[in-house]
Design a protein around this ligand. Structure first.
Ligand code: PEP
Length: 249
């Protein structure tokens, strides 16, 4: 398989600037000989601090969200122009907490996707089903819908800058992980959806991360699966001694 593993840490709403700086420095030192692609996504308030620390390292700087508009009267929002200004390279969009707590719908997420790609960012599009959707046998349908709607209007030329993260909502922050087999089945399905949209070659090149209670103990088994190309890590990304073993699996 020619796809590179991509391990990303989503720090969510954690860490002051000095805490973020400490972690970022530990990661730069700890991952400098790491073989995979890496990213950290701090809170907006810590982006500038972390940007200065990861600059020139093998760790990309990510944002956890962006506004759907370029700029203007949007109180409380952060624009792609502002993210570019502080050195952000990648934007996480459609995270389940954005979808389910902050009620972002597919149409809004798609507008953000298109804007971020237009401005040259890489994006990580998160998709994943709720527990009741899985129990009702709808996991594939939900992931297909979120993938198709999220990618609407995105050209094949932009697809190399798109990563998809499959994050079953019931596995996020709960300690419950999808089995490698269950996760791989959904990853393969998402890849087939992308193949229908963009062709076999684009689908083969697509990086699909798994997210949901990833920790050092379960990383290797997940990453051994044919269609799992990395991880989007929440809780375990908040400390160097839990993130580095995942990142260097
Ligand atoms: C996430 O927030 O993307 C996530 C997967 O969180 P956790 O690793 O804590 O389940």
């Amino acid at each position: 398989m020619s796809r590179n593993y991509f391990i990303a840490g989503n720090w969510k709403m954690h860490k002051t600037r000095s805490e973020a700086a400490t972690l970022a420095k530990e990661l730069v030192a700890g991952l400098k000989d790491g073989k995979h692609k890496y990213l950290v996504a701090p809170s907006f308030t810590a982006l500038e601090t972390v940007s200065a620390i990861v600059k020139g390292s093998n760790i990309l700087l990510g944002a956890q969200n962006c506004a759907a508009e370029e700029q203007g009267a949007h109180t409380g929002e952060v624009s792609v122009l502002q993210l570019k200004d502080v050195g952000v390279q990648t934007i996480i969009l459609g995270h389940s907490e954005r979808r389910h707590i902050y009620k972002e719908d597919d149409e809004l997420i798609n507008r953000k996707m298109r804007l971020a790609l237009k401005h040259g960012f890489e994006v990580i599009l998160c998709v994943g089903e709720l527990l009741e959707e899985r129990e009702a046998g709808k996991a594939e349908a939900v992931c297909k819908h979120q993938t198709v709607e999220g990618l609407k209007g995105i050209s094949a030329a932009d697809m190399p800058r798109v990563t998809i993260a499959y994050e079953p909502v019931w596995a996020i922050g709960t300690g419950k992980t999808a089995t490698p087999e269950d996760a791989d089945a959904i990853h393969a399905y998402i890849r087939s959806v992308v193949s229908e949209l963009y062709g076999v070659d684009a689908a083969k090149k697509l990086i699909i991360q798994y997210g949901g209670s990833v920790k050092a103990e379960n990383t290797a088994a997940l990453m051994a699966k044919e269609n799992i190309d990395g991880a989007l890590v929440g809780g375990a990304s908040l400390k160097a001694d839990t993130f580095i073993p995942i990142a260097k699996f």
